[in-house]
Ligand binder design. Sequence first.
Ligand code: G1P
Length: 297
Amino acid sequence: MRRKVTKAIFPVAGLGTRFLPATKSVPKEIMTLVDRPLVQYAIDEARAAGIKEFIFVTSRGKGALEDYFDHSPVLEQELRKKGKDDLLEVLKSTNMDSGAIAYIRQHKALGLGHAVWCARRLIADEPFAVILPDDVIAGEKPCLQQMVEAYAETGGNMVAAMEVAPEKTSSYGVLDVKEDMGSVVSVNGMVEKPKAEDAPSNLAVIGRYILSPSVLRNLNQLKQGAGGEIQLTDAIAADISSDVPVYGYRFEGERFDCGSKSGFLQATVAFALEREELRDDLMNYITTITQGRRAAE
Ligand code: G1P
């Protein structure tokens, strides 16, 4: 029997410099798509996939993130007094069972691989998931849940994958595909942020992973990779030579790169249009301003 994936690591130590000045005092992961912080989308996805333990790798200045998952007795009392049961219900999804959430500091910004390695003692010797909250994926079935189901068949290591434009490979980990089986591909190797001319394919890694604990052992070497950082991609790829297979999983759903302003704005519009109470107003507004723009051109 394959061991169930019940732990997930959320690397949230980044400075979020692309969103300055907002991120001077607000952790990027608390920034909202409509009215829910990025991190809430990540947690909901993890829960849907059966995750029971949530490990956040944080850094200085991320206190708001820790507060977010606490109960807020004063606020809850106030809402109860006013009979705002709907809002009390909304708050429920932000609460964690005691002991289900852990925060660990990444003391130095040495890269994604290093951030994941910081959680090694909390993972110990079992498979685990990694979710990068910057990558928001909208879909009927949440991406990690799709992967958990596929992983039940394959085992090994599994990374979410998506075709990107060839000139974009330098922003991603890229798969060297061995066998393409449709939604699942097996992999010969992985390269972090290759230039278009060096990329083994245009199948890019997106921020969802199900990993074998052997990846944490590979990270013990703490070798620097692309950009002088300790790369998760390299530690996963190193498993291939020790016969732990690596699979890419072409997920169903739309991915938004919320680490970029443009992706963040697109996600905001897409999620707002999903909300019945906002849809008509927003559609009218978008139609009006785009028509105005076109007329002015
Ligand atoms: C990280 C990973 C990269 C992956 C990407 C997905 O890069 O290192 O392999 O393709 O996330 O979003 P980052 O975007 O943190 O530079």
